[in-house]
Write a protein that binds this ligand. Structure first.
Ligand code: ZN
Length: 85
């Protein structure tokens, strides 16, 4: 589909890749009918994004845990060093 605002060809996209204009309208004749397989693929894409979001949070938690472990280890090493004099 061609964006009515900036005339960019967007293929089967419903939102313009250049200006973000929402091309898709349910009452327009040139709408793209989604088959079951296409809809399933879209769902999978959305699910993938959700999983990625959760993974990002898990990754941040792991980084914080590892960081605090290293800080603790460093502090213990420092205090041990002081203890040894
Ligand atoms: Zn556009």
């Amino acid at each position: 589909m061609i964006c009515p605002r900036c005339k960019t060809e967007n293929g089967s996209r419903t939102i313009c890749s250049k200006c973000g204009f929402y091309i898709y309208h349910p009452d327009v004749n040139n709408r793209v009918k989604m088959t079951k397989a296409e809809r399933a693929r879209e769902d999978a894409k959305i699910m993938g994004k959700k999983v990625w979001k959760v993974l990002k949070v898990v990754w941040i938690i792991i980084v914080i845990v590892v960081m605090s472990f290293w800080i603790l280890a460093g502090l213990m090493y420092l205090s041990g060093g002081i203890g040894l004099g």
